[in-house]
Design a protein around this ligand. Structure first.
Ligand SMILES: C[S@@+](CC[C@H](N)C(=O)[O-])C[C@H]1O[C@@H](n2cnc3c(N)ncnc32)[C@H](O)[C@@H]1O
Length: 240
């Protein structure tokens, strides 16, 4: 995967990504809903349904941001949900949301890097990642570390944007990302680069079969994917 970075400066991708999300955190939830017309909420719900069978009690939400995936996981009646992220700015807004929803006892958001965090081996029944893996500096390192943390038989569920290939979604997507996304992103987030980085990083991301191949390569079993939103995103499931 070519290394697409938010600001093309000399800092590492990780530092740039954390800075970008710190910058846009105050508008992240609003822009997410505006740009996707709210569709992303249904995708997270679908992910949660897919991992419900095994009734996971200890859930890790990697790249939790403002905590939406962790909140969606409450449907599973978990004992504990831990959300980790490298952007303190995003988690600040997430923690405020959790307090308002009275979920701050069950869900804890804490600083943690997918690639290096030292949560215990075999400690989580399920791991979720929503729109996070595309932003990892070292994708395989992040996936390998999450595999270490999963319990044997535990499930990884990744939700990530894909590059749609079918007419007319492909054409709509190109138009949206060329004109609408950067314009609205600039208007509302004050970060001129964040919403041009978004389509560039999606284009560079090894989606669909390429991603399941990477999951299998680093040691996951039964890696599958299903497209959602007419190919705008995909849900990946894999087991330890
Ligand atoms: C697009 S947001 C997604 C937030 C949330 N999961 C959602 O579904 O809305 C991506 C998040 O990934 C985080 N991130 C990027 N690289 C990371 C890493 N190596 N470890 C943990 N979080 C990371 C960013 O800081 C950002 O908050």
């Amino acid at each position: 995967m070519s290394q697409i970075t938010p600001y093309n400066n000399t800092e590492s991708k990780k530092e740039q990504v954390a800075q970008m999300f710190d910058n846009i955190a105050f508008r992240y939830d609003f822009l997410n809903s505006l740009l996707s017309l709210g569709i992303h909420k249904g995708w997270r719900k679908k992910c949660i349904k897919l991992i419900a069978d095994k009734q996971p009690k200890y859930i890790l939400d990697v790249a939790t941001g403002t905590g939406d995936f962790a909140i969606a996981a409450m449907k599973l009646n978990p004992t504990k949900v831990i959300g980790i992220d490298i952007s303190e700015g995003m988690m600040k807004f997430g923690r405020e949301k959790l307090q308002k929803l009275h979920l701050d006892k069950t869900i804890t958001l804490q600083y943690g890097d997918a690639e290096t965090c030292d949560l215990a081996d075999n400690s989580m029944d399920a791991i979720t990642v929503g729109f996070g893996v595309r932003n990892f500096e070292n994708l395989e390192k992040g996936l390998t570390n999450m595999l270490r943390i999963l319990k044997p038989g535990g499930q990884l569920c990744v939700l990530e944007f894909s590059s749609p290939q079918q007419f007319p979604v492909k054409q709509f997507y190109k138009f949206h990302f060329k004109y609408i996304t950067p314009t609205l992103g600039r208007m509302f987030s004050k970060d001129t680069r964040a919403y041009t980085y978004l389509p560039e990083s999606i284009k560079a991301f090894p989606d669909n079969e390429r991603f399941t191949a990477i999951l299998e390569k680093v040691g996951y079993k039964n890696a599958t994917f299903s497209s959602v939103g007419l190919g705008l995103a995909a849900i990946y499931l894999a087991e330890k």
